[in-house]
Design a protein. Sequence first.
Length: 135
Amino acid sequence: MAFIITKMKITFPTLALLLALAVSGCSLLPQAPHPEKNSAATSKPASKPKSAAPTPIVTPDFSLAAKVVSVNTVGRFVVLSFPASQMPKVEQTLFIYRAGLKVAEVRVTGPQQENNIVADITSGDAQIGDTVRDQ
């Protein structure tokens, strides 16, 4: 076919007509119906859509967390080290945990120096490295 076209004298109108037929050739053929459109028209009305998965609720954790950095067993007090942005209030009760178990209860008394504050041991015993929480 390429041989025949090269021997023929092709004019601009003929080339434009061939190009137009080539481009529109797909639209001249009968279209097959889409299964999605066809099934929606013949099927029963759609039931209520299922609700989307519940949106998770994200809340900031404002609980206090610290470490025991010093223990005085004779005076029954501990020095607690808190992050810079969190400090407990004086007279606040906190709980000391070791390996996930509550081992002591302390009451914050002060004084405070930088991120450290003193607390009296009201019950139980504490060791250096124990975790302190407010709940």
